[in-house]
Design a protein. Structure first.
Ligand code: NAP
Length: 449
């Protein structure tokens, strides 16, 4: 059952659903934000007058294109590319590129929509966008990845620019892919425009801490939530889904702060290591050799691998979903609560289903929605843009301190906004309302554009 939605906002949601048929993830993301906005319209009636909600739900521009490329056998392959430039009221469109076979317009739009509010929460001058392709990088050679990335950028480059649209990585897009795309952009435009992509390598314009930022930022946010309840991460048992960029660096920071991660996963299954996940081995398997998580238990015989297992059945006090959307449902949430979970931080975007979110909120666990909790990645992308603009390179410690301060600010902003709107401790309301108000004020100021 869905939550009640304000009577002035409900018709807007129905219109969004009718105008974007079949895009269920987009509908879910819009509903979740719109459910929070009734009281905002009471406080700011001008937002209704300017039709800000209607406008914010309609992307400024949507680009869909063919991506032809040749595989190693010489066979022609065709994929579909997307870039949704959702909102530029606060700055150039900013948001990652996802390469995964599940990608279609509805996924890119849900991610782009969430990105608007997330980016606003960072306090940095960045608008919201997202892109990607239904290309599956798994099992492809470096040569195939390069030819795909070059073809993808051969169309996308005309829509990008450091003042226009600045993509980054997401699922299936890491440093290797950003490198191939930046190389092609440079070749076509004849411009070494560092600020056009973030997540670059450290030798050619990247920022220290960007690789770690989403996972580290997530754990900083969870630590803040726990602190606000007089608690801390040290000594807590944690479970982290996924074993990609966000998951690996979330595990690293949990370890640094004295917690213990006993399970992680990939789309094939779950590995449980009661002694604590061996991070060096995990990095070797996932970052260097690009193998499956099942190989972890082949090296560490005391660990258990559960093919197609459900990670949320592993008892923990802190759960960090860091894989993909809708990976944690209502039943999983109930299982986590039964096993003593007190805090949930979303490293992934929209990993918890609406029923799961309701279960967590009803139980009053510290629940940090992705919009707020995983904003450290894009915030550090904005720090990378700052360094590129001033042709500077900051130290690891300085950049990490900036990230930590940003996550603290986001937490405080969400916490105080939730209190102001009569829902103390509800970070969903806090994040949606604080992010929305910032973008809405800018949209009013910029006129009807
Ligand atoms: P990644 O490095 O590609 O890792 C993704 C991980 O999630 C992999 O372990 C993958 O397993 C698993 N996964 C993906 N799809 C899955 C599915 N359908 N079922 C089960 N497992 C699945 O990607 P990432 O950058 O860490 O991103 C993870 C999440 O964080 C995404 O929701 C992304 O939007 C969000 N996020 C990322 C950033 C960032 O800076 N990278 C910032 C904010 C939010 P397989 O290898 O088996 O597919």
């Amino acid at each position: 059952m869905a939550n009640a939605i304000d009577e002035k906002v409900e018709p807007i949601l129905q219109e969004v659903i009718a105008r974007n048929p079949g895009e269920v993830e987009f509908h879910q993301a819009v509903r979740e934000v719109l459910e929070s906005l009734g009281p905002v319209l009471v406080k700011y009636p001008q937002f209704a007058h300017h039709k800000i909600i209607e406008r914010i739900c309609e992307p400024e521009r949507q680009i869909i294109f063919r991506v032809p490329w040749q595989d190693d056998r010489g066979e022609v392959q065709i994929n579909r590319g997307f870039r949704v430039e959702f909102n530029s009221a606060l700055g150039p469109y900013k948001g990652g590129l996802r390469f995964h076979p599940s990608v279609y317009l509805g996924i890119i739009k849900f991610l782009g929509f969430e990105q608007i509010f997330k980016n606003a929460l960072t306090g940095m001058p960045i608008g919201g966008g997202k892109g990607g392709s239904d290309f599956d990088p798994k099992g492809k050679t470096d040569g195939e990845i390069m030819r795909f990335c070059q073809s993808f950028m051969t169309e996308l480059y005309r829509h990008l620019g450091e003042y226009t649209d600045v993509p980054a990585g997401d699922i299936g897009v890491g440093g290797r892919e950003i490198g191939f795309m930046f190389g092609q952009y440079k070749r076509i435009t004849n411009r070494y425009e560092s600020g056009v992509l973030t997540g670059k390598g450290l030798d050619w314009g990247g920022s220290l801490v960007r690789t770690e930022a989403t996972g580290y930022g997530l754990v900083f946010f969870v630590q803040e939530m726990l602190k606000s309840r007089g608690d801390e991460l040290a000594g807590k048992t944690c479970v982290v889904s996924g074993s990609g960029n966000v998951a690996i660096y979330a595990i690293e920071k949990v370890n640094e702060l004295g917690g213990k991660v006993v399970a992680c996963s990939d789309s094939g299954g779950v590995v449980v290591d009661e002694q604590g996940i061996d991070l060096e081995l995990l990095k070797q398997i996932k970052e260097v050799e690009r193998r499956r998580i099942s190989d972890y238990a082949k090296v560490h015989k005391h660990a258990h691998y559960r093919a197609k297992g459900n990670i949320w059945e592993v008892p923990c006090q802190v759960a960090l979903p860091c894989a993909t959307q809708n990976e944690l449902n209502g039943k999983d949430a109930a299982t986590l609560l039964k096993n003593g979970c007190i805090a949930v931080g979303e490293g992934a975007n929209m990993p918890t289903t609406p029923e799961g979110v309701r279960t967590f909120l009803a139980a009053n666990v510290a629940y940090g929605p992705g919009k707020a909790a995983n904003a450290g990645g894009v915030a550090t992308s904005a720090l990378e843009m700052q360094q590129n603009a001033s042709r500077d390179a900051w130290s690891f410690d300085y950049t990490e301190q900036k990230l930590a301060a940003i996550m603290k600010d986001i937490h405080r902003n969400c916490y105080e906004t939730a209190e102001e709107f009569g829902m103390p401790g509800n970070y969903v309301i806090g994040a949606n309302v604080a992010g929305f108000i910032k973008v809405a004020k800018a949209m009013v100021a910029l006129g009807l554009v």
